[in-house]
Design a protein around this ligand. Sequence first.
Ligand code: 5GP
Length: 205
Amino acid sequence: MSATDLPAGRHEPRTRPHNGVTVLAGPTAVGKGTVSTFIRDNYPDVWLSVSATTRQPRPGEVDGVHYFFKSVAEFDELLAHGDFLEWALVHGRNRYGTLRSTVERAVAEGKKVLLEIDLQGARQVKEALPDADFVFLAPPSWDELVRRLVGRGTESADEQRRRLETAKLELAAEKEFDHTIVNDEVGRAAAELVTLMGLTPNHGS
Ligand code: 5GP
């Protein structure tokens, strides 16, 4: 697929300078993690930021690859040292944060940096790095978002209701972003994202 094959989407022409940092955010269950995993596996030229988190590793998750898994005390210490570019309490449960030093190093080395973070974090990065590019990952429809959230079956009915309420607010944030990518198919959405980052998408993805 070439850039010219991509749907026009809702991309505004960019007028600000770009510092090589792209922030991907979007509502709960839209598939940000799936898109970033696809990028990790298929686009080695993208430097995907590894966040610190207080949540427990899921089966198959590797410390230093998917996250830096931290205790509450360790996270507090990083916070006290001002080591986070941004951080947030996500779904009222666990804290997640982007380590400032690793991102700054990657930017200094001229890497194409991607942060996959929640909306609260994206707003903080907008304050700290206004020249970053902000990409909103949107579901194909509200019904599809509900299907994905319910379908993955990892949350209780109560938690699902709570997250859908949050998702409504999160969808309203689309206008704060430079671009929207619809996550209709992971390989296509990833190709659109890397194209925005100035890279060539893989054929067949
Ligand atoms: P999960 O626990 O499913 O891996 O991630 C839960 C949520 O945390 C996702 O919405 C993800 O985007 C967000 N997240 C992951 N890393 C960070 C981070 O460093 N900062 C912020 N603000 N959110 C993050």
